[in-house]
Design a protein around this ligand. Structure first.
Ligand code: ZN
Length: 179
């Protein structure tokens, strides 16, 4: 097993390489790695750095869904728990978007405590990226739609970390205020 710092450092590097060239949705077409850094850092703050595997999984949470990376590779390079956390955060991309969204809401309460924290941090980051200072009609509609759905997912993930719950609520308030 890698040391805590090596685990997180290796995860950040693999995520940077695998997501290279990808842009995230939302404001300014930021590099995808900015989203991963934000999620990992929210998890580090929420747990005060107590859970290195959780932070590593934060860096890696989209790597199976969006790149060629497999569960087996993550289990070998990191750990069985890191691999299973990432799998829990991976949507079945063969399904249409509406069904993937519906499943996230239904499946949220069944996730492990760690995966629930990753899901909340992911929604905080994704709502934040959709807040514009001078939104177009389409941007407003996208933010309202995304925020309403994210609230349903997060409703099934709450209770594991009060700071993260509050951070999500604050971000929702900020989003609504910008509409
Ligand atoms: Zn994500």
């Amino acid at each position: 097993m890698l040391s805590a710092i090596r685990l997180i450092s290796e995860a950040a590097e693999l995520a940077a390489r695998r997501h290279n060239g990808m842009a995230r949705k939302g404001r300014g077409n930021e590099p995808y790695i900015n989203h991963l850094a934000e999620v990992a850092n929210l998890l580090a703050t929420a747990t005060d750095g107590a859970d290195a595997e959780l932070i590593a999984a934060g860096w890696l949470h989209d790597v199976i869904e969006d790149t060629e990376t497999t569960r087996e590779e993550l289990a070998q390079t990191f750990s069985e728990r890191v691999a299973s956390l990432v799998v829990e955060c991976t949507d079945d991309m063969t399904l249409p978007k509406a069904e993937r969204r519906r499943r996230q809401v239904v499946d949220a309460p069944k996730k492990s405590p760690g995966a629930k924290l990753i899901k909340i941090a992911d929604k905080v980051s994704n709502i934040g990226a959709r807040i514009h200072s001078d939104p177009s009609a389409a941007e407003r509609a996208d933010l309202a739609d995304y925020t309403g759905w994210a609230e349903q997912v997060v409703a099934g993930c709450r209770g594991g970390n009060s700071w993260l719950d509050t951070t999500f609520d604050d971000m929702v308030r900020k989003a609504r205020a910008s509409l």
